[in-house]
Write a protein that binds this ligand. Structure first.
Ligand SMILES: *[C@@H]1O[C@H](CO)[C@@H](O)[C@H](O)[C@H]1NC(C)=O
Ligand SMILES: *[C@@H]1O[C@H](CO)[C@@H](O)[C@H](O)[C@H]1NC(C)=O
Length: 292
């Protein structure tokens, strides 16, 4: 009898952890965050499987430091750039983000339904600036060789440069990207330089456009490269149309001259023939002349 009791107790005790109070079933989740230097970074967090919940206090520690970098218990303390995005939810925000904000954090939220801890990760990127496109040589001739350059600086981590012509044809495959990493007192940055080489450029493809993308393939900026021929007269209109108009005009001028000449000749001859015939009839038939 007592062994049966023990069995029942064991079975009941096995079920106890599954029937925990409902307030322990909720979770706190935060998404991985990518912040941009000098901008406001939002760390999106939310409560799962609970409706009515109120935040009492939060604390954010950067691993491996011991002191919280930010705390809230009705008012903020710690680094003044940190705050709750909205006191009703657990999302955080950092204003004027810096590279030193990158890292792993331990985030603890105390609510009226208990407390939860979550580890979160922030990576920081810097936007590419000074996007500048140019040609080498500076003076380009239609059909001549040229290197198109597109440079950008102060970005992080290493990004990409893509090339397109006026009809949106993608020339990126033909380009060569150089990445130069710089580290000045922990301030990391990358300079990008892309070179697109043509042995013989067709200037009808211009303008070219280079697009600078960050490491996540998001566009940081672009530059449009207008190219006009160094010898302006040789490339104002497309050569085919200007040649055709010249030929057509020439044919018309010469044609009208010939026609005019032929007409003049015809009229002249007609008059001569008429006069000749008149004289002839006058001689053959003298009476017709004498009657007058
Ligand atoms: C252009 O080409 C590059 C390299 O092949 C590729 O990564 C990129 O996705 C292309 N872009 C578009 C808009 O097709
Ligand atoms: C672009 O970068 C390349 C490689 O760093 C450099 O040789 C070139 O002079 C730069 N062009 C401009 C216009 O800054």
């Amino acid at each position: 009898m007592s062994s049966v009791m023990v069995m029942v107790l064991v079975i009941i005790s096995l079920f106890i952890p599954a029937v925990r109070p409902s307030q322990d079933l909720w979770t706190l989740e935060c998404l991985p965050t990518v912040g941009i230097v000098a901008e406001t970074t939002v760390i999106n967090c939310n409560f799962k499987d609970i409706q009515e919940i109120k935040i009492v206090a939060v604390s954010l520690k950067k691993i491996p430091e011991n002191m919280p970098i930010f705390e809230y218990d009705g008012k903020n303390s710690g680094d003044p750039r940190f705050s709750l995005k909205n006191p009703l939810g657990p999302s955080l925000q950092i204003s004027e983000t810096t590279f030193s904000d990158e890292g792993e954090y331990l985030y603890r939220v105390v609510t009226d339904k208990g407390a939860k801890k979550v580890q979160l990760k922030i990576t920081i990127t810097a936007k590419y600036k000074n996007i500048f496109s140019s040609t080498w040589p500076k003076d380009v001739t239609h059909g001549g060789p040229v290197d198109l350059y597109c440079n950008a600086t102060d970005g992080y981590p290493a990004g990409f440069i893509h090339w397109f012509d006026r009809s949106e044809t993608n020339w990126t495959m033909n380009s060569d990207l150089t990445k130069t990493t710089k580290d000045t007192n922990g301030l990391k940055s990358v300079a990008l330089s892309s070179k697109l080489t043509f042995k013989s450029i067709n200037l009808d493809l211009a303008p070219f456009r280079c697009i600078v993308l960050n490491s996540k393939y998001m566009q940081d900026g672009e530059s449009t490269l207008q190219i006009t021929s160094a010898r302006d007269d040789s490339y104002k209109e497309s050569p085919i149309t200007s040649n055709t108009t010249h030929i057509v005009a020439g044919v018309m001028v010469i044609g009208s001259l010939i026609v005019g000449l032929l007409c003049a000749l015809l009229i002249f001859r007609k008059k001569k023939v008429q006069r000749h015939e008149f004289e002839k009839t006058a001689q053959d038939d003298p009476e017709s002349c004498n009657t007058s």
